[in-house]
Design a protein around this ligand. Structure first.
Ligand code: SAM
Length: 220
């Protein structure tokens, strides 16, 4: 067992996080005990952040006390691992689908630093009052206006870092993914420094994950 990043470990071929609710499983992940510590294996096929780590992500912004605004949390697969890593922070999970929210709520009832917010990420003005001191925005919404959504939320929450998963087919089904990615990255460059861009193949087809650092330093 080897530490890769804050709160992320390698156990054999798997990566894993330390379970902040012992015995609790969120999807079909494995629970592994090493020296009385329980780890949850983190599947790169179920989580784009895990896929990016397997593909050689270099800079990991999450810390034990980071507050994370998670846009497109779905049923909480990736959010649950971020909850383990940032166990002293809050994970504000915005999700538009009522069906997904119904699956996220039982996860949030167990993992108490997950705060579910049923809302459209296009409208941060609706949830600004529920969210404080955001350090990182993590976005995975698969919408045609992905860069706009990040831009708008950054205007409201001023994160130091952001990570965005971009799905080429959600933006343009005709243009080549390479061209689509280039355009989106150019948009993101207005506000952020691009730390790295990771192609998520073979875990996710025509997807990249872009790791970003804000150009404007704001003291929190
Ligand atoms: N990030 C999740 C994970 O790794 O566990 C998977 C996210 S899934 C690819 C995309 C999610 O974004 C869906 O659950 C969808 O309902 C949600 N979504 C799409 N548009 C949204 C919007 N405008 N605001 C909030 N959530 C949205």
């Amino acid at each position: 067992m080897k530490k890769i990043f804050t709160g992320v470990y390698r156990i054999g071929k798997n990566i894993a996080t330390i379970n902040n609710v012992r015995g609790f499983r969120v999807y079909d992940e494995g629970l592994v005990n090493v020296k009385d510590v329980e780890y949850r294996t983190w599947s790169p096929y179920r989580s784009k952040l895990a896929a990016a780590i397997h593909k050689g992500l270099k800079k990991f912004p999450f810390k034990e006390n980071s507050n994370v605004l998670y846009l497109g949390a779905s049923s909480g697969t990736t959010a649950s691992h971020i909850s383990d890593i940032c166990f002293n922070g809050n994970i504000y999970c915005v999700e538009i689908s009522k069906r997904m929210m119904r699956e996220l709520i039982p996860v949030a009832e167990k993992k108490e630093n997950i705060i579910p917010i049923l809302a459209d990420a296009n409208h941060p003005e609706v949830y600004i009052h529920k969210v404080t001191n955001v350090n990182i925005i993590y976005q995975d919404v698969a919408q045609p206006n992905q860069a706009d959504i990040l831009e708008r939320n950054s205007e409201f929450f001023h994160p130091e870092n952001a990570i965005i998963a971009i799905k080429a087919r959600s933006i343009n089904t005709i243009e080549s993914p390479k061209k689509v990615f280039k355009k989106e990255i150019n948009r993101l460059k207005e506000r952020f420094h691009i730390l790295e861009t990771i192609d998520l193949k073979p875990y996710d087809k025509d997807h990249i994950l872009v790791n970003l650092k804000s150009k404007n330093k704001i003291k929190k």
